[in-house]
Design a protein around this ligand. Structure first.
Ligand SMILES: Cc1cc2nc3c(=O)[nH]c(=O)nc-3n(C[C@H](O)[C@H](O)[C@H](O)COP(=O)(O)O)c2cc1C
Length: 277
């Protein structure tokens, strides 16, 4: 049976080397062999990649929490941080899934666990997971910061980051972007220490509960009106900067963490008017 099946193959390989049919057959066989090797490698390495991605995320959470330091083991530092799942519609904590293994990326792809966004999709993410993990950082029992995963469209890529907010819910403690594919030297500056160092202390949400933070075009003059809620633009990368403004305003707004912040921080729940300038 197998011998019969292999007969056409044998016939092709018996052809002279300069026969075009043999050239095509050898090329096809080579492609097939390579694709099997590549697929097998991808499947075998997947668990390792997932473990590395999980560790990288923990490292970023620890960094934006301000717990990173020389000799600090990120996995151990992460143990001090409480991870919870939040129902974004109600703003309440939920315990029906393991927050440590929950993937908001998988949830966003699943219509049963996400909400399609129409005109409200200012972050360019199409659908919003119904639950998001949040990280609670305590110092001697006192809440020090709340870390909110955020993501949205830049110019070329979806940028994934973490926004640390103070317990008042309105003041930034820090921002980091740990995954983005904007142009090196232009948009990718969103992930640079220099640019990110401006974020601690910035006002994210106004007194009426409306997100007010904005990446400016150009530099922000110290002491200028609204300087507390403006961050220097990225030179030659205004579009990536606009993406950061939009994704933060989305995630701090009603469809994002707004209800959660209203429930657990000083952010008021009623949202009227606000800074659209
Ligand atoms: C090859 C190339 C890559 C670019 N990459 C980015 C980018 O990653 N982010 C971005 O906002 N603009 C990028 N730009 C520039 C945008 O097209 C646009 O000109 C810029 O965002 C405007 O910002 P500016 O007003 O600060 O110059 C790139 C342009 C070129 C030609």
């Amino acid at each position: 049976m197998i011998a019969t099946a292999l007969q056409p193959l044998r016939a092709v390989f018996a052809l002279p080397n300069d026969d075009p049919r043999k050239t095509v057959a050898v090329a096809l066989a080579l492609c097939l062999a390579c694709s099997v090797v590549v697929s097998a490698t991808a499947v075998t390495l997947r668990p390792l990649q997932e473990r590395n991605a999980a560790l990288a995320l923990k490292r970023e959470v620890v960094k934006v929490a301000g717990l990173a330091g020389p000799g600090m083991d990120p996995a151990r530092a992460f143990e001090q941080i409480e991870t919870r799942l939040v129902d974004l519609d109600t703003g309440t904590f939920v315990d029906d899934a393991d927050p440590r293994t929950y993937s908001y990326r998988d949830a966003a792809q699943d219509p049963a666990r996400s909400t399609a966004l129409g005109d409200t999709d200012i972050a360019g993410i199409r659908s919003r997971p119904d639950r998001m993990p949040v990280y609670l950082v305590r110092e001697e029992g006192e809440l020090r910061s709340i870390i909110l995963p955020v993501y949205g469209a830049g110019l070329w890529s979806t940028m994934h980051g973490l926004l640390a907010v103070a317990p008042d819910g309105r003041t930034a403690r820090g921002l980091t972007f740990y995954e983005q594919r904007e142009t090196a030297g232009l948009g990718s500056e969103v992930a640079s220490e220099r640019w990110l160092s401006q974020w601690p202390g910035k006002t994210l949400i106004g007194p009426d509960g409306e997100p007010v933070i904005r990446v400016a075009k150009g530099n922000v003059e110290a002491g200028s009106p609204n300087a507390d809620r403006r961050v220097d633009g990225l030179s030659g990368a205004t579009l990536t900067g606009n993406g950061v403004t939009r994704l933060l305003r989305f995630w701090l707004g009603e469809q994002g963490y707004g209800p959660f912040l209203a429930k657990h921080t000083d952010v008021p729940s009623r949202r009227r008017g606000g800074d659209h300038g």
